[in-house]
Design a protein around this ligand. Sequence first.
Ligand code: AMP
Length: 321
Amino acid sequence: MSATEHDAGSTGRDVAASGHAAGTSGRNAGSTGRDPGSSGKQLVVCQTIQELRTTLSGIRVDGRAIGFVPTMGALHEGHLSLIRQARDHADCVVVSIFVNPTQFGPGEDFDRYPRPLEADLEACRRSGADVVFTPVKEQLYDGHSYFTFGIDQLADHLCGASRPGFFQGVVQIVNKLFNIVQPDVAVFGQKDYQQFRILERMTQEFHQPVHMVMAPIVRADDGLALSSRNAYLSDEERVVAPSLYRSLSYIRAQILDGVDRPSRLLEHQKEELRAKGFEIDYLGIYSAQTLQPIEWFEEKDTLLAGAVWLGNTRLIDNLLL
Ligand code: AMP
């Protein structure tokens, strides 16, 4: 594969000439066989910030919109739907694959988190990504952070309550990635609704010129929300795993049927889930804006969300009412 074939955005600039194209690191995922605004595009894989900046500078000069999908890899159809959404909003789609250590607590699954890089690159290529950023940790963290991010209220409940430091880590890494990629549009999944709300608020409060798009949850046929962590489930656990979604759906149906004070309903569903072997982290109803628990069902902007453990696997899911 010749150097120019690695050009991500058909800027007319030879990315490889700077020694930064994917081919130079032996990580080219091949031709996309697709033409969303430039012909004969190839997937460019950048391992360093400098490579990425060089690759994207031509695209920016051309006035092309950059779409961004941050991920931790082990990509599934949920991630790929985000890439396709980004494709709809932007001329050049950048995907980052980085298992961010600062959002894992002690004893969490950082070490065993799946990292199937070659399959991920192929999936990115198939889904219409133009550039994949795969930094090593040292590219993003130089050993010490003098700055931490406090999050008021939005991280008090839901996953923020049970995973202290998690959202601080998410805000830290997404901030870094936004500064590096400087996207016009970023796409995140509703699957991690609290994450979306916090990051959306971050862009508003810090005047970051990134249009935030939330993509719907992609599910397996039996309703289980797709997640990289589903790979941890045993065959038996996989069979019962959709119960969380079924409980949420049942609660939603009851609420829409007129139950306006759902605490008994929630307790009952928690019991049902426990009987099936789940340990409940939380299952509740929250304001979709403030992420505070609400006692009474409100017509609009209500989030029904749950997190459960099934063996060693933590599952989360939600529905917006
Ligand atoms: P992760 O790799 O788990 O950090 O996820 C990267 C992005 O993919 C986040 O914006 C997630 O919300 C999103 N995502 C994960 N699972 C799904 C899913 N089943 N449907 C839609 N988006 C998802």
